[in-house]
Write a protein that binds this ligand. Sequence first.
Ligand code: UDP
Ligand code: MG
Length: 307
Amino acid sequence: MKTLQLIVPCFNEAEVLPLFYDETAKVLTELWQYDCGFLFVDDGSADDTLRVIKALAQRDERVKYLSFSRNFGKESAMLAGLRASTADYVAILDADLQHSPALLPQMLSALEDGYDVAAAKRVDRKGEGRLKSRLSDRFYAVANRMMTVELDAGAQDFRVMKRAVVDAVLSMTEHRRFSKGIFSFVGFKTKWFPHENRSRAAGKTKWSIKKLWRYAMDGILAFSDLPLKLPLWFGSFAFCGGLIYGLVMLILLLCGRAAGAVHTVVCVLLLCTGAVLLSVGVLGVYLARVYGEVKHRPDYIIREQKL
Ligand code: UDP
Ligand code: MG
């Protein structure tokens, strides 16, 4: 019998957890062909989340949990869950029922059909604030221009993965994690499931604008070298501008028209700032290499082999 584990990151979700458990447990009865289990990750909740999880664990031996010493963020909670998981199939879903557990049977049948990942993709933005939607759209537009991986604006963390995919995700050993980028980096055959946005069953969102900003920055810094290389472009631009400026001044001088002091200052400024920025840019290029190396990302990920 194949095993299935549901990883559920929880931060102050005491209110919604009993609803989540009831609705999900009902769906699991349909999945009788799998040996199913829950793995709740309490991300340093300040409310009764851990108590609720413990009560569930007493009632149902399929419930396992981890509890953090403080709030480390959803990325860390997902990572801890994936590391602790042992099942053949591993699902990640939010505790607030925004990721509909009713989709699980279809997702699992996709895996049985040969897909490695079954992931949910948002088809609308119902129940989401206008500002959050706008900012999120802008982020994906900018990020996709800069990043070395392709991000799908609608892709959610809600997914079921085969063991090989979980192992590939865990082989990415970086600390500041950006799972959307990591999932895209590891690849594998993915089936996307259109998923309607549902509003939270209870409780409040844990994402503040500050947290979202940090998340967006983590994504760009983890998957793009562009910010480090920008001075190279600015420097080249300024230096070339200075050279052309100087050349024009020299031609004018040869024609007997000496340039004024202001032009000389502008020319020298362009040449000097250009040279400084260029040097910073060269450092940036090397730093980008060092940054790439210290992330210790796998050079390749094998999906299948016969040696
Ligand atoms: N979460 C977490 N740690 C955090 C923030 C959120 O484990 O620091 C969990 C949260 O309990 C929920 C999921 O991540 O299960 C998604 O969070 P939320 O619903 O607040 O985000 P939203 O759906 O509003 O983007
Ligand atoms: Mg939510």
